[in-house]
Design a protein around this ligand. Structure first.
Ligand code: 2AM
Ligand code: CA
Length: 283
């Protein structure tokens, strides 16, 4: 891929470092599948972390700081569980010049159960705007990349969103949030309403990979309530650079603080938002 000179520091481009991080992290994660020693619950039995999540985040942080020692870093495992802590951690660094936003394993529940659908998600934001995203699926050895203004690629092939123009022809995805007070009931309302209106719904367990699949045209759309910046940042850029649309569930533009997201091929976006609104499943 062509690199702009402004993206090159000390000979290594941001994208080269991001890809290197994702590949190394993915290799390490795959080697520990079915072989992780320690499992901890965060907020609930649905909210898990292993020593592999933590080790992978350390690996990525170290590699990023080797090349870019002055860049800021926001990773899931460096933040206390819960939406308030996430919002505060983001607010603390959001306006930094360069901020790496990392989810070392997106889909930890799948990783723990040996269900082969999880990913490494790495984004780079410049003054609050995402300029680069890399998502790596180590089980399929699939690398999805996007650079702002330069398109999105899976293994070197240009990605393009799907062409469905009606919800009834659409395959969409969502996730069941761990937060059972607020996020889960809202998502269930949307799910109940949407299932009969779309071709089908998939709930595969990694928000980042769902977004990469929307970008690749394998899913027509995705929505979920209660996500964090590290689940979304890389995948959102990917969807946009593949010709799709991303907003919050109220139809407002995406920014790093968005937790309730709707991503689609663009053609179904308004209908998707309208159905969520009529289900009162937006907020
Ligand atoms: P994770 O595996 O990195 O935690 C599945 O619905 C999606 O929700 C996954 O991307 C998962 O990311 C994320 N997720 C799981 N627990 C969560 C929590 N407590 N808060 C926010 N997102 C969560
Ligand atoms: Ca994670």
């Amino acid at each position: 891929m062509e690199q702009s000179n402004s993206f090159v520091v000390g000979g290594k481009s941001f994208m080269a470092v991001a890809i290197n991080c994702a590949a190394k992290a993915g290799e390490w994660i795959a080697s520990r599948l079915g072989n992780h020693a320690k499992l901890e619950q965060k907020l609930s039995a649905q909210d898990l972390v292993t020593e592999v999540d933590k080790g992978t985040e350390r690996l990525i942080r170290k590699l990023v700081h080797t090349h870019f020692p002055h860049h800021s870093f926001l990773g899931e495992e460096g933040v206390e569980p819960g939406p308030e802590a996430s919002a505060q951690a983001l607010a603390d660094v959001e306006q930094e010049e360069y901020l790496w936003i990392v989810d070392p394993i997106d889909g930890t529940t799948n990783f723990v159960h040996g269900f082969p659908y999880f990913s490494v998600s790495i984004a780079l934001a410049h003054k609050g705007e995402v300029i680069l995203g890399v998502i790596y699926d180590p089980m399929k050895d699939e690398l999805f990349i996007a650079e702002k203004g330069k398109g999105a690629y899976v293994h070197g092939k240009v990605m393009k969103v799907s062409e469905e123009s009606m919800l009834q022809d659409s395959l969409i995805a969502t996730g069941f949030p761990a937060d059972q007070q607020y996020a889960l009931p809202l998502n269930m309302k949307g799910l109940n309403h949407l299932v009969p209106k779309v071709r089908n719904v998939r709930v595969a367990g990694s928000a980042a990979l769902h977004l990469a699949y929307v970008a690749a045209g394998r899913l027509s759309g995705f929505w979920e309530i209660g996500l964090n910046s590290w689940d979304l940042a890389a995948g959102v850029l990917m969807v946009k650079e593949s010709g799709g649309e991303v907003t919050d569930t109220m139809g407002q533009p995406y920014h790093l603080g968005v937790r309730n997201v709707v991503a689609s091929n663009g053609s179904i976006h308004q209908q998707f938002l309208q159905e969520l609104a009529s289900a009162e499943a937006c907020k």
